[in-house]
Design a protein around this ligand. Structure first.
Ligand code: ADP
Ligand code: MG
Length: 229
């Protein structure tokens, strides 16, 4: 099955104080299967809104959205949640780990939605932690990890269900350069070795350079794009 993204006429507006704020304005975008793309643009241009729609965290008002072969705009609430759980891995700027759980327990969490036994959930989570190089931190809680390590745990959690598409919203925004580079290297590895489609929002030019394609948004539309070698 194709793990690309096809977006046609995607529109999203918010009501605020009686005003209608159009955040995505008949957006057109195609992300090829296995692509590694960066999405840039001014604050408020609709980048997070777009990522949340692609990942099924929010719903569009109009337009077509096909992700990994599924017409996401046509799924109802329960279908959308089930589809998201098996198709999408999300990585956020603030890591969003559960503070009272260990690294391993955090990574096991998405597998609670699957029929896997506890033993298999643990095995899958250990494999994901190994992939991000944090096997030796599996019993640490988030407060006992550096920011870079927290984000790598969050990446392990995002990939533990083996999703086809990884969506990352400013994944290096809270990290020092060295930690940011380690996170970017992991996203490249997930793309090149595991063939995940990766779409990353960033305003860090160095982060964007790790992508093979850079798409610029402005005021809810595509402004321009750069193909990279
Ligand atoms: P970006 O990620 O590019 O900075 P966002 O997609 O977060 O931009 O937001 C785009 C615009 O939509 C902003 O003006 C923001 O204030 C507005 N917005 C985002 N989410 C909501 C919401 N839930 N309710 C109302 N307005 C929102
Ligand atoms: Mg944002």
């Amino acid at each position: 099955m194709s793990n690309g993204i096809q977006i046609h006429g995607l529109t999203k507006a918010y009501e605020r104080g009686g005003q209608r704020l159009v955040v995505l304005d008949e957006l057109e975008l195609e992300i090829a299967p296995g692509e590694r793309a960066a999405l840039m643009g001014p604050s408020g241009s609709g980048k997070s809104t777009l990522l949340n729609l692609i990942g099924g965290l929010d719903r569009a008002d109009a337009g077509q959205l096909v992700v990994a072969g599924e017409r996401v705009d046509q799924l109802d609430g329960a279908e959308l949640a089930a589809w998201r759980a098996e198709t999408i891995g999300f990585v956020f700027q603030g890591f969003n780990l559960i503070p009272v759980l260990t690294a391993l327990e955090n990574v096991m969490l998405p597998l609670l939605l699957t029929p896997l036994s506890r033993k298999l959930r643990r095995e899958h989570a250990l494999r994901a932690l190994d992939l991000v190089g944090l096997t030796d931190r599996k019993s640490h809680r988030p407060s006992e990890l550096s920011g870079g390590q927290e984000q790598r745990v969050a990446i392990a959690r995002a990939i533990v269900t083996d999703p086809q598409v990884i969506l990352a919203d400013e994944p290096t925004g809270d990290l020092d350069r060295a930690s940011a580079d380690a996170v970017l290297a992991l996203l490249v590895k997930l793309n090149e070795e595991l063939h995940k489609t990766v779409l990353m929002v960033t305003h860090d030019p160095l982060a964007a350079e790790s992508a093979r394609r850079i798409v610029h948004m402005d005021k809810g539309q595509l402004a321009r794009e750069e193909a990279r070698s």
